[in-house]
Ligand binder design. Sequence first.
Ligand code: SF4
Length: 169
Amino acid sequence: MVSANTELAYDNKIETNVVPTTVDAAINWIRNNSMWPMPMGLACCAIELMAVAASRFDIARFGAEVFRFSPRQADCMIVAGTVTYKMAPHVRRIYDQMAAPKWVIAMGACASSGGMYRSYATLQGVDRIVPVDVYVSGCPPRPEALLDALVKLQQKVRTEPALSRQFVK
Ligand code: SF4
């Protein structure tokens, strides 16, 4: 007489550990929760950028606390502060050295539009040299505004076709 092996026929432990999903959703979930910033602190906005990593605001809650000072290990450049023409080529070079896929947040009025510096020395928006995904208004923006930008960027990444984002814009 053959006895039914219920252990093999229906393993309840396996069933609860399997999550059906798509490749896009899985890759975007990983990218969303491991956004490693490249801190491009160029002026006073960088102080607010530093504050966002401190305990009061704690960017670690969003999986983005691993600030890397090596562009090869970062995927989200946060341009915080005034971009002068002197610094612009270096900002672009660091962006080029970041591995794709990569994103950019322009933090503050200066990075977004030149701010109050309508002068010959200041780039009128970092989007003239790198593609910006999210702009943060304010002078300076509060750390909460940067967190809000990070959440918006995560929402954007969540809906992107994951594989085509491998290539540089
Ligand atoms: S936006 Fe304001 S706080 Fe930020 S770098 Fe410009 S002047 Fe400084």
